[in-house]
Design a protein around this ligand. Structure first.
Ligand SMILES: Cc1cc2nc3c(=O)[nH]c(=O)nc-3n(C[C@H](O)[C@H](O)[C@H](O)COP(=O)(O)OP(=O)(O)OC[C@H]3O[C@@H](n4cnc5c(N)ncnc54)[C@H](O)[C@@H]3O)c2cc1C
Length: 651
């Protein structure tokens, strides 16, 4: 077991590092022409102390947040740019001297301007943390083991070195706790290491999809591709100093809790094929929800004699050029890779079960414009306010669009008035996109509510692919796969089959064997219906903590990194509780766990994804939504600030 002693530094930029502004007025005007407007005036108000910039006539409308520039009209945007130019010129001419940080009331005013709403008091502490304005890392442990339990041996095994595992390792190092990370791959990054398919990219803008305490202000693209994201997580792992603590090429096979010793025995299989046992006081499972590829249950699937592979295991040598290729699935990955391979294939057949809703995102593949990058670099706090703007509009600012209104007439398949607006907007987008192929419209316009399945981003490439002469959209059910092809109502022969069929998201913590207190088997206890308290702890499995566990996924609102940051803080809180109290174990109370899950289930039934009967990976085989968090991001933050000792049996 490796030991970590020095507190690791979180590589956050100090916003006071921004270079002095020497640009001319005309140059500034040019930069501002490319700015994201809604966070601009708050950033300038923050930096200059001039709160008169926060005028009501240039405030985003909370109902239009999803639109470009938060739905601001061209006139509003022009006014905002003029105000910003004036403020920037004054800031430059005054020697770029920053005003003192705002008072609590002033900060609240700033935040309310960005979100376009009032009554944000409850959110303020969360938002200040997310903003990380002064390079703060408030989610890190504020204690060290050496201070709270210097004599106690305490070791942790972390399973997985993706985004969540790297984060956990960093926090454990900051608390001075011994840990080892076990990773089955040869490198860190998880999702962003494994998914190398053409077109793979994040669909949450990077300024939001990154650690709050390791923000980057110079992302080359709004939505980074897999390579850039993998590099980011690798750089973070290196900068956090966690790489020497990772055992690569090593897979955890089983975990067994020893009631007497209050330890976990973790059996791992290393690159040499030999098994080894690690003993740990606590285990953190950071194995991801989307790490094990899912193949559909189609008769004859193994009989295909051509080349076939899953999108997460992309075969870069596959003979796609000029070939007859079948893609099965039109979910998130397929919508990214199908447009990439369509021009290469001789003929491409896209097999669809249900069409996706597409959110128009013109900048999806675009580089961050020069002017905006200049503003991020030179206007202190602009990048942070921009991140916060995204956090809000893609987070709690949009959740109202997918919650069922019991009084709403849902006959057109929508769940509330905002959901209906979304539908109207998305349908007219599809009508425009498929204007030249109206015959495809009945097949590409979903009948389920926006938000019942993951809403996908599109900049026109999906229709671009499906309307090509060499591409056919097939909506018939697949009956069978044969050595030469796929049998629908009419059999067809293919050279290559690509499965864009997602992951075994319901099979949490598989294929590991997990044996808890009294010899209970986790997968028998779950019986195909995984549940946990806050997605983290499971009754009967003391000192086992999950990240990206049951009911911590999100459909439209936010980034998984946020959930993992909250979860890791909570897990470190549990460890602090154990160490300070000289306790050996902590097991969540079954009644607390059950009551929480009842609330989750009730609320998920009121969300578009639980209400609709459209098939999706958000439901397990029993029809329960086991993946998604139905409440606000604020609620997850509040509930994971620190563990309540009363929720646990502590021994
Ligand atoms: C194509 C794709 C696009 C996505 N886009 C977004 C997005 O835009 N926004 C968003 O918020 N989320 C997105 N996600 C979800 C994404 O999975 C999370 O954002 C995040 O990367 C999860 O990180 P993680 O560390 O929890 O899990 P993972 O990244 O899945 O990492 C899990 C790690 O655990 C390792 N592991 C698993 N089992 C074992 C074992 N038994 N022994 C040892 N090691 C093991 C794996 O090898 C892997 O490295 C996307 C997912 C996919 C697949």
């Amino acid at each position: 077991m490796s030991s970590s002693t020095a507190a690791a530094r979180s590589p956050t930029r100090d916003v006071s590092d921004a270079p002095a502004i020497t640009a001319t007025d005309d140059e500034l005007r040019g930069f501002l022409a490319e700015a994201e407007i809604p966070p601009l005036l708050p950033a300038l108000a923050y930096v200059t102390g001039d709160l008169s910039l926060l005028r009501d006539d240039v405030r985003p409308d909370p109902h239009l947040l999803a639109l470009p520039q938060g739905g601001m009209s061209a006139d509003q945007a022009a006014t905002a740019r003029e105000l910003a130019l004036d403020a920037l010129v004054r800031f430059r001419d005054g020697g770029c001297v920053r005003a003192a940080p705002p008072s609590h009331a002033e900060l609240l005013h700033l935040v309310e301007h960005v979100v376009g709403e009032s009554g944000m008091d409850d959110y303020l502490p969360l938002l200040e943390e997310e903003l990380a304005l002064r390079g703060d890392d408030r989610r890190g442990p504020q204690w060290r083991k050496a201070d709270v339990a210097p004599e106690t041996n305490f070791r942790v095994v972390v399973i997985g070195a993706g985004m969540s595992g790297i984060l956990t390792a960093h926090r454990l190092a900051q608390a001075g706790i011994d840990y080892t990370v076990v990773e089955k791959n040869d490198d860190v990054g998880g999702t962003w290491y494994e998914n190398t398919y053409p077109g793979c990219r994040v669909d949450n803008p990077n300024h939001n999809y990154s650690y709050s305490f390791a923000q980057r202000h110079d992302w080359p693209l709004h939505y980074s591709d897999q390579r850039v994201l993998h590099e980011y997580f690798r750089d973070c792992a290196r900068d956090f100093g966690v790489l020497p603590h990772i055992r690569f090429g090593t897979e955890v096979r089983s975990l067994t809790w020893d009631d007497g010793a209050a330890t976990w025995s973790v059996v791992v299989r290393g690159p040499d094929g030999n098994d080894d046992t690690l003993v740990a006081n606590a285990v953190v499972s950071a194995v991801g929800q989307l790490n094990r590829p899912h193949f559909p249950e189609i008769p004859g699937i193994d009989s295909f004699a051509g080349v076939s592979f899953h999108s997460a295991q992309w075969d870069h040598d596959a003979p796609i050029d000029g070939a007859r290729v079948a893609v099965i699935g039109t979910g998130a990955s397929s919508v990214q890779f199908t447009p990439e391979i369509a021009p290469r294939a001789g003929q491409l057949f896209v097999f669809q079960r249900t069409p996706p809703w597409l959110g128009p995102s013109p900048d999806y593949h675009e580089a961050v414009p020069e002017g905006q990058r200049w503003l991020y670099a030179h206007v202190p706090t602009y990048s942070e306010w921009n991140r916060f703007w995204m956090f809000w509009r893609m987070g709690d600012g949009s959740i109202r669009g997918v919650r069922v209104d019991p009084d709403w007439d849902s006959s057109n398949g929508t769940v509330n008035v905002v959901n209906d607006l979304m539908r109207t907007m998305f349908v007219s987008y599809l009508e425009r996109e498929f204007a030249e192929r109206p015959d495809l419209l009945p097949h590409v316009v979903p009948t389920y509510p926006p938000g019942a399945k993951r809403l996908l981003r599109d900049n026109g490439v999906w229709a671009g692919a499906l309307t090509r002469d060499n591409v056919e959209l097939v909506s018939h059910e697949i009956r069978e796969i044969t050595p030469t092809g796929i049998v629908t109502v009419d059999g067809t022969a293919y050279d290559v089959i690509v499965y864009g069929t997602g992951f075994q998201a319901s099979n949490f913590l598989t294929p590991m064997q997990v044996t808890g207190s009294g010899g209970i088997d986790l997968h028998e206890q779950w019986a195909g219906d995984a549940r946990a308290y806050l997605g983290i702890t499971i009754p009967g499995f003391p000192n086992l903590f999950c990240l990206y566990g049951p009911n911590t996924n999100i459909v439209i609102n936010g980034s998984i990194i946020y959930f993992s940051e909250c979860g890791v803080r909570y897990i470190l809180g549990c460890m602090e509780l154990l160490l300070r109290g000289q306790h050996a174990s902590l097991d969540v109370r079954k009644d607390v766990h059950d009551e929480f899950n009842e609330r989750v289930d009730a609320e998920n039934r009121m969300m578009a994804w639980g209400w609709s009967d459209v098939p999706s990976w958000y439901k397990n085989d029993q029809g329960r939504v086991a993946q998604n968090w139905p409440f606000t991001l604020l609620e997850y933050w509040q509930r994971t600030l620190a563990p309540d000792p009363d929720d646990y049996v502590v021994a």
